[in-house]
Design a binder for this molecule. Structure first.
Ligand SMILES: Nc1ncnc2c1ncn2[C@@H]1O[C@H](COP(=O)(O)OP(=O)(O)OP(=O)(O)O)[C@@H](O)[C@H]1O
Ligand SMILES: [Mg+2]
Length: 241
């Protein structure tokens, strides 16, 4: 479903991702792990088309994701409907004046009826236990509340692929545990999940695969999540623990 070939990304002169070859199959649940600054957010933004590779190729479901294809409004709309993205910083995600409108924004772009939109918003409010926030101004919410609203706005699009940048950030321990259960059930329902996190112990059983990015912005390892989490010597060598 996702195929990156020899991708290189940089900001000005600084490397952010180097020589990245990666394929992710439909239904996979991948944890993206690595120390601060290794390129996790860059990779996830690349997968969502927010930033583009300087060199190399990104194919999604066989089609190239490039400046040219993203300029095609039909391709871009369909792509963003299929791939949902949760920003590491919720303030980068929220922009409307009510929680309801924030969650309804994506479904409205999909030209659903107001009745279907209301149902989706309601389902997401209930799922994340934030129905009491529906009339609040998103910018006035606490960081954890903003996080839940941002996540609800991603889920409201019902994307096939969920790209989540540190989704547990700002959540209290109980909500982190709950988020683990939500991700597990979404993956069981067939969603592909690609998620950066430092919160391994809150998300047991969610991930089948782990991708470790090293401080040199290369892939240090890709393999079984459980084996990797158990390999403390390797995690220490990569400055992860
Ligand atoms: N907008 C930007 N302009 C310049 N450099 C950037 C920008 N965004 C990221 N970088 C640099 O690119 C590298 C990768 O950053 P990225 O945000 O992808 O790391 P990360 O692995 O997500 O880190 P963290 O764990 O802190 O979230 C870092 O060296 C960072 O300083
Ligand atoms: Mg990051």
């Amino acid at each position: 479903m996702i195929q990156l070939t020899n991708v290189y990304c940089s900001y000005d002169e600084d490397d952010a991702l180097s020589q990245l070859d990666l394929s992710i199959a439909p239904g996979e649940a991948v944890a993206v792990i690595g120390p601060n600054g290794c390129g996790k957010s860059t990779l996830l933004k690349l997968l969502n088309g927010i930033i583009l590779a300087k060199t190399g190729q990104y194919r999604f479901d066989g089609e190239e994701v490039s400046p040219k294809t993203l300029k095609n409004p039909i391709f871009a709309k369909r792509f963003h409907q299929r791939v949902g993205f949760l920003f590491q910083n919720s303030n980068a995600q929220i922009f409307t004046t009510s929680v309801y409108d924030e969650i309804a924004f994506g479904p409205r772009q999909m030209s659903l009826s107001e009745e279907d939109i209301a149902k989706r918003v309601e389902d997401c409010l209930q799922l994340l236990g934030i129905d009491n926030l529906r009339t609040r101004v998103p910018y006035h919410l606490s960081e954890g509340e903003k996080r839940k609203v941002a996540l609800a706005s991603v889920l409201a699009l019902n994307p096939e692929v969920l790209v989540l940048d540190e989704p547990t950030n700002g959540l209290d321990p109980r909500m982190k545990d709950f988020l683990g259960e939500v991700l597990l059930s979404l993956n069981k329902a067939g969603k592909t999940i690609i998620c950066s996190t430092h919160d391994f112990h809150y998300l047991p059983g969610v991930f089948g695969t782990a991708l470790v990015l090293g401080g040199d912005h290369h892939i240090a390892r890709r393999g079984s999540y459980q084996e990797l989490i158990d390999d403390k010597a390797f995690l220490r060598s990569q400055n992860i623990i």
